[in-house]
Design a protein around this ligand. Structure first.
Ligand SMILES: Nc1nc2c(ncn2[C@@H]2O[C@H](COP(=O)(O)OP(=O)(O)OP(=O)(O)O)[C@@H](O)[C@H]2O)c(=O)[nH]1
Ligand SMILES: [Mg+2]
Ligand SMILES: [Zn+2]
Length: 340
């Protein structure tokens, strides 16, 4: 994980401060400060800004503000870049180089024992997709909810493939999420994504889910010509497979305003970078009980006078959700253990 992102060391929602410092220097230079001839940038190296629309390892596609699309490499091994980032791009032979990214409003991030990676930046809404023909991993689903809450993103659930048998059982399965206050939208994306239009309008959403749930189908239904774009992106990045292998961003058509990120299916999702103390607050149904336990540092485990445990006992909090809180807490504490 040498060049992986290291949130514990403070990458947070901002780009690395080192490149921001460089950016300030450059701005001064351009406004007429003293500079030696050696440091004058050639015209084709002037920086431009754009939106990162595709990301695969250290290769990116940026949609520049003037509409040009450039394939970019990343300057600086410690810079973290994700779809949704606004990037400063310098022109180099054969494309561009991302020099830095603008401060972010949110950063969806994944870190577990196996890998650390960013999913998308500046997202306002996480849309998880489930379907009746793929076994749902609810632990994974709940981890996405927690990740969304921690980044102050809206969370919504799409119950896709309503045309398939078994959809009634799926509807029952997602009822608890509706009860927690999350939007649940039913659709058959293969036929029409019209029920999703209101959900994504004006939002910067990321589609997330296990493989085969229908994320890319939803994307193609919501964004006309996305098919073509997927083709171009896959070609540029050397992939022609059906299952999504890279994260890609698509502007919503017409006056819908906003964008949609399609991501590869996932099997695990760690949030070990989360602050242990912030975790409980990411469980919406626990919020009313937090701060009401007898002990201020209560871990809602076996402590007497625990308001959260009492709420589990009388059915207001699902035991699986409390078990997930404990698991996440252990993971994030372990990740902070210097003896690791
Ligand atoms: N019956 C039915 N099939 C659907 C529907 N939506 C998607 N599918 C099918 O489900 C399969 C998986 O769809 P994808 O859109 O590729 O799923 P994905 O979530 O993007 O999968 P990954 O890219 O592997 O993560 C495809 O065969 C789709 O045609 C639907 O509404 N009804
Ligand atoms: Mg896909
Ligand atoms: Zn407690």
């Amino acid at each position: 994980m040498k060049d992986g992102p290291t949130p514990r060391r403070g990458i947070g929602k901002r780009g690395p401060s080192r490149s921001e410092g460089k950016s300030a220097t450059r701005a001064r230079d351009r406004s007429g400060g003293r500079r030696s001839a050696r440091h004058v940038a050639p015209v084709d190296r002037l920086d431009r800004y754009g939106l990162v629309v595709a990301a695969r390892r250290r290769h990116f596609t940026v949609l520049l503000d003037d509409g040009e699309v450039v394939d970019c490499v990343l300057k600086g091994r410690r810079t973290v870049v994700a779809c949704g980032d606004r990037a400063r791009v310098a022109r180099i032979a054969g494309g561009g180089a991302i020099e830095s990214v603008e401060p972010r409003t949110s950063l969806l991030y994944r870190s577990d024992a196996f890998r650390e990676s960013v999913l998308a930046a500046n997202v306002t809404q996480v849309v998880a997709v489930v379907a009746p023909d793929v076994a749902i991993d609810e632990n994974l689903l709940n981890r996405w909810i927690v990740a969304a809450e921690l980044e102050r993103c809206r969370f919504a659930l799409v119950a896709n493939k309503s045309d398939l048998p078994g959809f009634d059982a799926l509807r029952e399965r997602v009822a608890p999420y509706r009860a927690m206050g999350y939007t649940v939208v039913e659709c058959a994306a293969k036929r029409s994504a019209a029920p999703l239009a209101d959900l994504v309008r004006g939002e910067r959403s990321v589609l997330i889910g296990q493989s085969g749930m229908g994320k890319s189908t939803i994307l193609n239904a919501l964004v006309p010509n996305a098919d073509a774009r997927v083709g171009i992106v896959s070609q540029a990045l050397g992939s022609g497979r059906h299952t999504t292998t890279e994260t890609a961003l698509f502007l919503l058509p017409g006056d819908a305003d906003g964008w949609l990120v399609d991501s590869p299916g996932m099997k695990v999702f760690g949030i070990a970078h989360a602050e242990p103390d912030a975790l409980a607050g990411a469980f919406v149904e626990m919020r009313p009980f937090l701060g009401r336990c007898r002990f201020r540092d209560c871990r809602h485990d076996r402590e007497p006078g625990c308001a959260v445990l009492a709420a589990v006992d009388d059915g207001r909090i699902a035991p699986q959700r409390l078990a997930l809180l404990h698991a996440l807490w252990r993971e994030s504490v372990a990740a902070r253990d210097p003896a690791r």
